[in-house]
Design a protein around this ligand. Structure first.
Ligand SMILES: *Cc1c(COP(=O)(O)O)cnc(C)c1O
Length: 412
């Protein structure tokens, strides 16, 4: 089988041209494209204001800082227990306390679990559309307004999808988007861009002032090169990169510098514009592959299911949940030997018996499958059959479950 890679984005001539134009004209940092991108996003999302920044984290940070200014006595932020660690990183770095509550079977925040965490110190609730699957955002709007706390719509993993006729990212007190490597509009590695969407006047005036005071990011040529090398050319460069990473650990100063908040660079904005143009085409390709995956998994026998799948629903990633007893590490190793790339779900950073019951098992059961644009139905079927085979071979009997601890042992 040919090399089966994960769904990093597809770049065409438009992206290449954008990159060359910005670089050759010396307009990496400043310029017209940031404004054009903000306007394009505002039009797509049907909102009056979008602020383009250099990452999802910057957008989240700037928004949360405004909320802290408006409600200074409050320091707790309720987050889903299964979420990108970058969210926790931002919340904690602002001196706020992240409190986790459970997610449901669709990997999205469970409104009932969230309500139980609300208290007199709650500043905000962050709701994310995990892997592009729309969260129950309207239920959260009611919860947040009843409890008089802020609501953040983290639509970082999806651009241009809607729920009940409104675009994701436009709910709550502010919303955030990102253009990092594993999202659906991709300009490079993390730091390649993001956006803050806000239409509450009191918050908007604070965030706008803060964003205007930021310098435009430096164009991230280094991150861009890393993205092209590590993701777009992955099938040629994967083993070289792996060796290089191992070598680099032995030298001091090998880590990339921490991301400074900034506005989006001209280069990244140009790339994001090109990616927005191909959004609907890429969406169609993804829907086709998702349907083929669901079909192939069902016909391969019950060795895994897609917890977020629903016909016609866009998903940013193909996540499959494997049954208890399957040794995911061993499956992934064997698939890699057969040229099939996979990833695991996010680790769940927030433990605690009350907040994260069952979350570790959930995260440990998830495997992400390849879904690149040119993937054929035959490729999809072959990947699913292979997964089925290695999973069946690695499966151990699951001990009878008496309590949570027993269950946990199957994954350790
Ligand atoms: C990736 C991600 C972020 C952070 O975006 P960056 O652009 O990488 O800073 C925030 N929230 C969620 C849900 C994410 O997946």
């Amino acid at each position: 089988m040919s090399y089966q890679r994960l769904p990093y984005t597809k770049w065409g001539w438009a992206e290449l041209r954008a990159e060359l134009a910005a670089t050759l004209c010396g307009r990496i940092r400043r310029s017209p494209a940031a404004r054009q991108l903000a306007d394009g996003l505002a039009k797509l999302l049907n909102v009056p204001h979008v602020l383009a920044v250099n990452s999802g984290r910057t957008a989240l940070r700037v928004g949360l800082e405004a909320l802290m200014q408006l409600r200074p006595g409050r320091n707790e932020v309720i987050v889903p227990a299964f979420i990108c660690p970058a969210v926790i990183e931002v919340v904690s770095s602002l001196g706020l306390l992240p409190l986790a509550a459970a997610v449901g079977p669709d990997l999205n925040f469970d409104p009932g679990a969230c309500v139980q965490r609300i208290g007199s110190r709650t500043l905000a609730i962050i709701v994310a559309d995990m892997y592009g699957c729309p969260a129950q955002i309207e239920a959260f709007e009611i919860i947040a307004s009843t409890a008089r706390v802020f609501l953040v719509d983290d639509a970082v993993q999806v651009v241009g999808e809607s729920a009940d006729g409104l675009m994701l990212g436009t709910f709550g007190d502010f919303g955030v988007l990102s253009f990092a490597q594993s999202k659906c509009v991709v300009t490079g590695e993390s730091g390649g861009g993001g956006a803050l969407i806000c239409h509450q006047n009191d918050i908007l005036s604070i965030v706008r002032e803060r964003v205007e005071a930021l310098a435009p990011a430096g164009g991230q040529l280094r991150a861009l090169t890393a993205f092209v090398w590590n993701y777009l050319l992955e099938s040629h460069t994967a083993s070289l990169s792996y060796r290089w990473q191992r070598l680099r650990q032995h030298f001091p100063g090998g880590r990339p510098p921490a991301l400074e908040p900034g506005r989006i660079s001209n280069l990244d904005a140009q790339l994001a514009l090109a990616q927005l143009n191909s959004l609907s085409q890429r969406r169609e390709q993804r829907l086709r592959i998702l349907g083929q995956d669901a079909h192939a998994l069902a016909s391969a026998g019950a060795s895994g299911h897609m917890p977020q799948f629903s016909r016609g629903r866009y998903l940013a990633r193909v996540m499959v949940s494997m049954p208890p007893g399957v040794d995911l590490e061993s499956c992934r190793r064997q698939l890699r030997q057969g040229s099939v790339c996979t990833r695991q779900g996010y680790p769940t950073p927030l433990g605690g018996p009350r907040s994260a019951k069952g979350m570790r098992e959930l995260a440990a059961s998830l495997i992400e499958l390849p879904a690149y644009a040119e993937m054929t139905a035959g490729d999809v079927a072959a990947v699913c059959q292979r997964l089925h085979r290695v999973a069946a071979a690695s499966r151990k009997p699951v001990p009878n479950r008496q309590d949570g601890d027993d269950h946990e042992q199957c994954y350790q």
